[in-house]
Design a protein. Structure first.
Length: 464
């Protein structure tokens, strides 16, 4: 490994009594096969590797606390490539994680978790460049991929900080604990404001759960070549009845307009038939093209056709996830105003920093998808800015199981204007949730289409 990069000074006024310093950082991995395949951005995958991070932190007075963070290494989504194999992108994330563990453990300064994370970011990005060179990758490790890898480390630090102070982490984002206000991260208009101004200290009691209708998922019995027969639902109608679902996220292709329209029409028909039998009258959809639409006109035409073919189905569309290429700067032609006037359009894959969030607004996006896998620290800043800008907000998934789902659900429950939470590990990776159902039954067992989040106020991140 290359020598450690010198740590930038982050506390000009000196450390506060509440600040922490990293003492130890360790990692381990757990892999799971999906019970059924899932399709990300045109690529079908059937397994996931979870990165777990444990850390030990200390305060100036000598008090210590342990923290834990966990996140799937979603390489298929965060490092999509036609030139680098799936095995190599996963290996790159693992190598990057080991470098991050050393960088984090050796960081010498005291600080609040958000300050520590922001100071470590340049070192993490340099580590990603080093991995690219070490593995001789024909494409560099993307910034999004670096953030996903770093998110488990960041979560562990926030977890430890909250535990050291005997608080849930959402009580630690105000002036009592933070050295800098939001203007340090987001500009002068946030002078005197802190994330606590925009976040809830206590979680919302419950949230609608978005169920994923994957592009290769079975909608009806005729779609199933061979049943899994593991006791869980296997068709859309079975899932709706099993979980009492009212929110469906529909994965689409983005490069086949006819298929995309027919998929929505078919999902709406099946949902309508099933909900009628249940006596349900109100349900909604979100649409996810995985940024594969060639241009904005594709989306506008698609919505127009859906409105003709299924007016009620069109009415039920709550929002659209980022439909076009994730590199906003390189594709300024993909202005969203024409589409966002029809339905809210949220930035997702492009959201890697505040610059991209503000650029998305300039380009016509009127919403944002928050994700725990992009880092607790960044999400606290991004959520604050998005709340102030009155953007449409949702919390999206990375098939997060166990502790990572607790973090994701807690994020959704503490950001006031988040409309719903996506959580699909119960569909694709239920084995990774074993043991968690008894500890957090309302999060991992869905009965009426809602996730119960009122108890997500434990110490630290609240998972362990």
């Amino acid at each position: 490994m290359a020598g450690l990069v010198a740590a930038p000074a982050i506390l000009k006024a000196g450390p506060r009594s509440t600040d922490i310093r990293l003492q130890e950082v360790t990692t381990d991995y757990v892999s799971y096969h999906y019970r059924v395949p899932i399709k990300f951005g045109g690529v079908v995958t059937d397994h996931a590797t979870i990165l777990n991070v444990n850390c030990l932190v200390s305060a100036k007075g000598g008090k210590t606390a342990k923290g834990f963070g966990s996140m799937p290494l979603g390489n298929t989504w965060s490092f999509p490539s036609r030139r680098v194999s799936n095995a190599d992108t996963l290996e790159a994330m693992k190598r990057l994680a080991e470098r991050m563990a050393k960088l984090t453990a050796h960081f010498p300064e005291y600080g609040h978790p958000i300050d520590l994370n922001y100071a470590l970011q340049p070192q993490y990005l340099e580590a990603a460049e080093a991995v690219t060179q070490e593995m001789r990758l024909v494409e560099p490790v993307p910034k999004l991929c670096t953030e996903v890898t770093a998110s488990a480390f960041d979560a562990a630090v926030h977890d430890a900080f909250g535990k050291l102070h005997g608080l849930n982490c959402y009580y630690t984002y105000g002036p009592e604990f933070m050295t800098y206000d939001l203007s340090h991260y987001a500009g002068p208009e946030y002078k005197g404001e802190y994330p606590s101004h925009y976040l809830l200290k206590e979680p919302k009691a419950r949230l609608p759960l978005y169920h994923l209708v994957g592009a290769v998922d079975a909608l009806e019995d005729s779609d199933i070549a061979q049943r899994v027969n593991d006791g869980l639902p296997e068709t859309l109608s079975e899932w709706i009845s099993f979980n009492g679902l009212t929110h469906l996220k529909i994965k689409l292709n983005g490069d086949d307009a006819k298929w995309d329209v027919e998929r929505v029409v078919r999902v709406d028909r099946i949902a309508t038939e099933t909900q009628k039998k249940r006596g349900a009258a109100d349900w909604v959809y979100s649409l996810d093209f995985n940024e594969r639409c060639p241009n904005v006109q594709y989306l506008v035409d698609f919505l127009s056709t859906v409105k003709v073919k299924t007016p009620e189905g069109f009415r039920r569309i709550q929002y659209v996830e980022q439909p076009t290429a994730r590199d906003l700067k390189a594709h300024r032609e993909n202005a969203m105003q024409a589409a966002s006037r029809i339905k809210p359009v949220v930035i997702d894959e492009s959201l890697t920093d505040l610059e991209s969030l503000l650029l998305s607004r300039e380009m016509g996006y009127n919403g944002a998808a928050l994700k725990a896998c992009k880092g607790q620290s960044f999400m606290m800043i991004a959520a604050s800015v998005a709340e102030k800008q009155k953007m449409f907000l949702c919390v999206q998934d990375l098939t997060c199981p166990g502790a990572s789902l607790i973090q994701s659900a807690s994020l959704a429950a503490h950001v006031p204007d988040v409309k719903a939470i996506e959580a699909n590990s119960r569909q694709y990776m239920p084995a990774a949730n074993q043991g968690w159902e008894k500890r957090f039954p309302g999060v991992f067992i869905i009965k009426d289409g809602y996730m119960e989040t009122k108890h997500l106020n434990g110490l630290g991140i609240g998972a362990v």
